[in-house]
Design a protein around this ligand. Sequence first.
Ligand SMILES: NC(=O)c1ccc[n+]([C@@H]2O[C@H](COP(=O)([O-])OP(=O)(O)OC[C@H]3O[C@@H](n4cnc5c(N)ncnc54)[C@H](O)[C@@H]3O)[C@@H](O)[C@H]2O)c1
Length: 596
Amino acid sequence: MAREFSTVGVVGLGTMGAGIVEVFARNGIDVVAVEISAPALERGRATLKGSTDRAVAKGKLAEADRDALNERVHFAVGLDALHSVDLVIEAVPEHLDLKQRIFAELDRVCRPEAILATNTSSLSVTEISVATSRPNQVIGIHFFNPAPVMKLVEVVRTVVTAPEVVADVEALCARLGKVDVTINDRAGFIANALLFGYLNHAVGMFESHYATREDIDAAMKLGCGLPMGPLALMDLIGLDTAYEILDTMYRRGGRDRRHAPVPLLKQMVTAGLLGRKSGRGFYTYERPGSPVVVPDEATPLATDGALADGARAIAKVGVVGSGTMATGIIEVFAKAGYEVVSVTRGMEKSAKVCEAVKTSLNKGVVRGKLAEADRDAALGRISWSATLDHLADVDLVVEAVVEELSVKKALFASLDEICKPGVVLATTTSSLPVIDVAMATQRPADVVGLHFFNPAPVMPLVEVVRTIRTSPEATATARAVCAALGKTGVVCGDRSGFIVNALLFPYLNDAVKMLEASYSTADDIDHAMKLGCGYPMGPFELLDVVGLDVSLAIQRELYLELREPGFAPAPLLEHLVTAGYLGRKTRRGFRDHSHR
Ligand SMILES: NC(=O)c1ccc[n+]([C@@H]2O[C@H](COP(=O)([O-])OP(=O)(O)OC[C@H]3O[C@@H](n4cnc5c(N)ncnc54)[C@H](O)[C@@H]3O)[C@@H](O)[C@H]2O)c1
């Protein structure tokens, strides 16, 4: 028989605590919610009220249920009010000494059989537990932000946590409608261990002016389908909390430099820029606690796209190549009304590309997304050629040939001879330095990277890569073209992996290392990222889709360029590739796909 939890206590009603109170009260459990002072208690009460009122306004909660929910919560200042609860969850700031003090006090105040839980993200549950006389009844219950929404709970058992306490807490999570993964006490558990290196890296990109906050966030949302960009997520988590988590993970997790908090974070925390809760972090919010972003001095000026910032007018576009990317890019430009010259290495290849573009456009017609007349007009705008000479009068060339530097350089040298002055020359490379390609021409100022995502007609993101020689006009032109294509162009520097791959692949590699260390299973890790962070796919699902060989190649490039020890490819990834387990395409990767 699982233990009955009829009353629980929550200590600290900040970002997490207020949400945790709501989770329990919504599920019919009485809550004693405590804070350190009367004003803090009032803030917590207001947060709960705001959240439940919003749920009513959205039609997700009946008014009567809201009132019943609020009646289940008893607010108090100080821990003494917790004398008769069955379980306490502590959600005070991420400091070991503070948590240890609170647990020692809880041990004194609470009934001997009460379970004492911490919501810590990164501290050692074991170290917290030894501040009490009942470490076997201490456990980690790690909720995700926002607690009422996110389905995942990480249940953290220490070496001394009693098995029945773990079982009782697992049953409680199920009663709350949550999915739990139960794991051992390691810095960052599953989700944060995989998340925080990525978040810190994104802050580093912002700090070094590699890309703007809007572009970094848009890249990860649109390129990976994440629910929020990393900087907006830092604001939601709270920069002070994020700083403490990183700092603890750095010290506990083997001094991985990727967890050493980026200096900017400390400066922002010291300046009181804590994120949503203080009304300002990476972004500015309507007021403290509000999720609504308002413009500030760093907000880019809204332009009408067309000829902003010296952007050049583009009417005719050349696309070189005959693969998947070239085919998609031809379709994208033709549909957007550009005149397109497709150049391949032979009319046979051109015929194939033409067929592929037709098939894809026809699919749009069948699905009712494209009118027949628009399909015909798009096809009518494309001319097919097997010689670069036909690019003499285009305004923009997009190169999408094989990913080999020598081939791309030779092509750019030819384009330099053939194309008219003022044309913007773009490469779609995903891994080569754009500057290498640019220097094969006499006009590096006109060369940019235009990194489309596959499938180009569907994916809303394009990375616009400017080298140290690219002119502002060429960058502005590329960005305006993306807007005219209905895509979001994000501008970044010319570094391995640009924004998306540089932030995505080390995270995937870390997941492989976690699996390799037998800390958790592929299923639980995938669950943790989907249900805890709202990712559309878990890391192992994604690796199997992308291809393990492709992922390994990207990770190697990142490692070679940045020499970051933490970026070294996971040996397990190398072994799977060597064994020919490349993912879905070979029917086996991290999972066996032969029966699907
Ligand atoms: N922010 C997140 O996204 C997130 C997610 C999961 C877990 N966590 C963890 O949850 C815990 C709380 O983080 P947060 O972001 O909610 O912090 P927060 O700063 O938003 O809230 C902490 C609250 O604790 C209160 N408090 C401080 N000392 C207290 C005391 N002695 N007694 C009672 N209350 C006290 C503060 O007044 C404040 O309201 C941390 O351990 C953090 O790592 C945070």
